[in-house]
Ligand binder design. Structure first.
Ligand SMILES: NC(=O)c1ccc[n+]([C@@H]2O[C@H](COP(=O)([O-])OP(=O)(O)OC[C@H]3O[C@@H](n4cnc5c(N)ncnc54)[C@H](O)[C@@H]3O)[C@@H](O)[C@H]2O)c1
Length: 409
């Protein structure tokens, strides 16, 4: 049955969610507090590398509404919340966006509305921030208002895992809530018995990745010391057809999921008096990788009789992940800051980011296939293996006086 669906928060998760529900034949209202995003969408221009302008135009043709007008939120069938859930400087969960999204709709839902939180968060959030709030307003949850939680698993940059095909975990506050949410998502749904299970499952998925990447980081330190190739060890281990999953070491995990979500869990457990030393240590190992690689870069230069302070440095790739125009929590950016303490001459290039990035103060340049430009630098640090750089890697190396590769293990 065609429903009126509001998606709150039109970022990496919310915008594809709008598209999925439009494709399923629903009338969708995409709401965001960022007026510039709304204007851009209404001009048919995407601000995400993961969404084409054509897709935006298609959605507009199907009468999708993109708005920052709160009045448009009134009396809809479904409200889906896709707002950020970051951590602060002390690695404490920041639920302020969820809180404000709930405040926006608290007086606008109607009897029979379904509200689904999709943002990643600690177990207990949906009950604390949604169920309790609406129950206090007199709603009988499960009878006259339905509340569910369904975490997003989208993997930006991974073209093989289109979000609509990834199985969804769904939980409802009551059986009725779950039935309503399941009916909305359709196929590929894995129902679980409580909101907390769905919330924790998502965080556990990302904690699993953090812990295993930290283990690979530690392997890197071990193989460096033994003077053998970490890549070859990993490839050899990966020939085992069961019980092993390959994770690769890196400069430090960036983005807004893996370096963030595990701290939702450690914070919650600390509050409840439970130690989670493995997760905390994995976080520390991840944080240590930047200094580790800085030392390695320095050793590389010392071996060649070079001094960082005297060199002009080009960094190739700044985003947190290959082929994705997202710079949030990028370790390369942190690397640039650290290198900047020793040399003033650093220029960063990112041709993937450049097409979407608008903040002028960041001064990130574009090579546009002019690899000869690299000859004006002393050291090229190859930091992100975007496809377009990988295809031209021999040219990049050819034009680099000193070439340091952070992407091969
Ligand atoms: N990006 C990913 O790869 C990914 C994957 C899985 C889960 N998640 C989770 O999904 C959630 C959203 O992440 P994202 O990457 O889409 O974030 P994002 O920053 O790309 O987008 C969030 C959007 O919400 C808007 N917003 C903030 N407060 C709002 C409010 N009160 N009302 C309306 N709009 C508001 C922002 O303007 C922004 O456009 C987070 O919890 C994140 O952890 C993200």
């Amino acid at each position: 049955m065609k429903k009126e669906i509001v998606v709150i928060g039109l970022g990496y998760v919310g915008l594809p969610s709008v598209m999925n529900h439009v494709e399923n034949g629903h009338q969708v209202i995409g709401f965001d507090i960022d007026q510039r995003k709304i204007e851009s969408l209404n001009r048919g221009v995407s601000y995400l590398d993961t969404m084409s302008n054509e897709s935006i135009t298609e959605m507009l043709k199907k009468e999708t509404v993109f708005t920052a007008d709160e009045q448009m939120l009134k009396d809809r069938d479904v409200y889906i919340i896709d707002v950020p859930t970051p951590i602060d400087d002390h690695k404490i969960p920041d639920l302020s966006y969820v809180k404000s999204a709930v405040s926006l709709i608290e007086d606008k839902v109607k009897v029979g509305s379904l509200i689904i939180l999709e943002s990643t968060t600690y177990p207990g959030t949906t009950e604390e921030y949604l169920v309790e709030k609406f129950a206090a307003k007199g709603y009988n949850i499960g009878t006259d208002l339905y509340i569910a939680y369904s975490p997003e698993r989208i993997d930006p940059g991974n073209t093989e895992s289109l979000s609509a095909k990834i199985p969804r975990i769904v939980a409802g506050y009551t059986k009725n809530c779950l039935a309503q949410a399941k009916a909305l998502y359709g196929d590929h749904v894995s129902a679980v018995s409580s909101l907390k299970i769905a919330e924790l499952a998502k965080i556990y998925e990302n904690t699993f990745r953090l812990v295993n990447i930290a283990l690979a980081d530690e392997l890197q330190k071990i193989t460096d010391n033994l003077e053998i190739s970490v890549g070859e060890v990993l490839e050899a281990a990966a020939t085992k057809p069961f019980g092993f999953m390959k994770f690769t070491p890196n400069l430090g995990i960036g983005g807004h999921c893996i370096p963030v979500d595990p701290y939702y869990l450690t914070w919650l457990m600390e509050k409840r008096g439970i130690d989670t030393p493995l997760i905390s240590t994995a976080g520390q190992i991840n944080d240590s990788m930047l200094d580790y690689h800085l030392h390695k870069i320095n050793d590389y230069l010392v071996e060649r009789g070079e001094k960082l302070g005297e060199l002009k440095v080009a960094i190739l790739g700044v985003t947190y992940k290959k082929n994705v125009a997202d710079i949030r929590m990028s370790s390369v950016r942190k690397l640039m800051e650290k290198l900047g303490e020793t040399t003033e001459h650093i220029v960063a290039y990112d041709d993937v980011l450049h097409a979407y990035y608008t903040k002028e103060d960041e001064k990130i340049c574009c090579l546009e296939n002019n690899y000869h430009e690299l000859t004006s630098f002393d050291l090229v640090i190859y930091a992100v293996d975007h496809e377009r750089y990988e295809e031209n890697k021999p040219k990049i190396i050819e034009n680099s006086r000193l070439f340091y590769d952070l992407t091969t293990v």
